[in-house]
Write a protein that binds this ligand. Structure first.
Ligand code: 6PG
Length: 265
């Protein structure tokens, strides 16, 4: 376990991090704002340090509420800190709604972040939530294949940003769909178990093919599931997010104090 100062300068706030093992790092922040600022800086550094001489930097984003703060910090503080033409943005999943719908992951990200920077439109690869889900899952699989490097026969992303549902889902891989972690497909359709909302999601095989998987989780309503997945709870098998284990690479958990309150016990 280690204590060290914020990369934004000492004395502002402190981060506690656990290195559970070589491929899992947990960083705990006092507030969602502190988490978002640190993660934004880490992402910017990763992008600026990446070798893009051969392949562009690819990052797959999640939706939902948690990443909104990160996206606004990226736009507010780092819009001019990166040569965005070197970065391609894709999505981990999307709700099957048009981009102007308040439920749209692309719509939210574009409003809070992408649309407030000079990222070239051709670098933004959204899932067309308004189209036929089955056809769009196939089309988006082709777009991912054309853009990304292939590794182990699957697309490779430099970074995958994930969220975590209270039911242990991640991306749109819901409890009962754990088989998507052994699927050779790239994208599939899914249905949200409680809302019935249609979704398009990348599969677990693609997620675990990345070298850097970042979970961003905040709020006390997530403390129980976080403890189930990375704490000492023993019934882990129930939750899709437990299957996020990159073959080569690491999982970084960015948690706020509330989400981490049970694992620290
Ligand atoms: C989505 C996401 C999903 C999300 C979790 C957590 O489209 O909803 O990609 O996997 O990350 O549901 O959502 P919150 O951040 O809203 O709690």
């Amino acid at each position: 376990m280690g204590l060290y100062g914020s990369p934004l300068g000492r004395g502002w706030w402190w981060v506690i991090y656990f290195k559970i093992n070589m491929d899992r790092i947990i960083r705990i922040f006092p507030t969602p704002q502190a988490l978002a600022e640190s993660l934004a800086l880490d992402l910017i550094n990763k992008i600026n340090e990446a070798d893009i001489s051969v392949n562009p930097f690819t990052i797959a984003l999640s939706g939902g509420n948690t990443p909104k703060l990160l996206f606004s910090v990226l736009a507010d503080k780092f819009a001019r800190s990166v040569t965005w033409s070197n970065v391609h943005f894709l999505w981990v999943d999307e709700r099957c709604v048009p981009p102007e719908d308040p439920e749209s992951n692309f719509g939210m990200t574009n409003e809070v972040f992408l649309g407030r920077t000079d990222i070239p439109q051709k670098n933004i690869h959204r899932i067309r939530g308004e189209d036929d889900p089955g056809k769009e899952a196939e089309r988006y699989s082709r777009e991912i294949n054309e853009l990304t490097v292939q590794k182990n026969g699957l697309p490779f992303f430099d970074v995958i940003l994930l969220g975590l549902g209270e039911d242990g889902h991640t991306a749109s891989i819901f409890p009962g769909n754990e088989k998507l972690f052994v699927s050779d497909k790239i994208c599939v359709t899914a249905v949200h178990p409680s809302t019935g909302q249609k979704r398009i999601t990348i599969t677990g095989g693609v997620i675990n093919n990345s070298t850097e998987i970042i979970f961003m989780v905040t709020g006390k309503n997530k403390a129980g599931i976080v403890n189930n997945i990375i704490g000492r709870a023993d019934n882990k098998k129930q939750f899709p997010a437990s299957y996020v284990k990159p073959a080569e690479g690491k999982v970084l958990w960015y948690l706020d104090e509330e989400a981490a309150m049970l694992i620290k016990e």
